[in-house]
Write a new protein. Sequence first.
Length: 312
Amino acid sequence: MCGMSQQPPVRSTGSPPPRPDASMSLLTNVMDHALDDGYAEASARRASEGGGLPRTLRAKLGLAAGLVLAALVVTLGAAQARISAPVVAKEREELIDRIEDETSAADGLEKRIEELRAEVGERQRKALEQHGGDQGQLVALLSGATPVHGPGVKLVVDDAEETEDGGGGPRESSGFADTGRVRDRDMQRVVNGLWQAGAEAVAINGQRLTALSAIRAAGDAILVDNKPLVPPYTVLAVGDGKKLRTTFQDSADGQYLHVLQENFGIRTSISDQGEVRLPAAPSLIVRTAQPSETGAGTGDGRGAAETGKGTS
């Protein structure tokens, strides 16, 4: 056995070893002391004083009075709402009744206007027939004052199939908005071509045309005397049917319509009709002319015509 003595192991009598979670002291403190000491003390004092409820009689009476006042306000609000509801409903019904009455009155006035307009037109036509002289019937026919019927032609012009609102074709560069849509200038040429071919009276979609009629455009709509028309456009013309059809097709305007059909797909058809009926023009302007007395006996031969405009 070796003579060297062995020293006993050294044991430290100092502080204990650190805890494994020493680095998380803040979290540990929060978990160990979830409630702050001040809050805990206040909670304990409140519990010892009676659970936070008013202790004195005055405080209890004040709380009761506040609750009663709140309940009274809520009750009064509900009662007021219940009382005002029938009043609001009654005012709404009265307003609806007034709107309906005014609408009916406006409809009645519009109907009366149409009746007066028809009466004025009838009086103008009778005056034209009575004071038109030997050619009174011819003047009434040419002015559109009377409805007419007789042989003629029926010309239908319609937009191309699947026509859209936007253009982009060759016609757009010439002022047209769409290649396959019928425009006011197209109908102007059609009507003028029929007049030139010998038509005695013309109507588009039941709208009688006169020498003062205007065919215009408003957006994509075609207006005839400010009345909008929708395609297809049916043009009826009174005249010698076969001759009128042939003359129109051979004219420049008939060729123009043929080009629209061939190049842009606009649909057209024309046919002879044994009898077509055209209504009178909805509005008529009567004008009369009388010889002027100026220079009547001077022998200078320069007579003048004085034109007076009648009622329209």
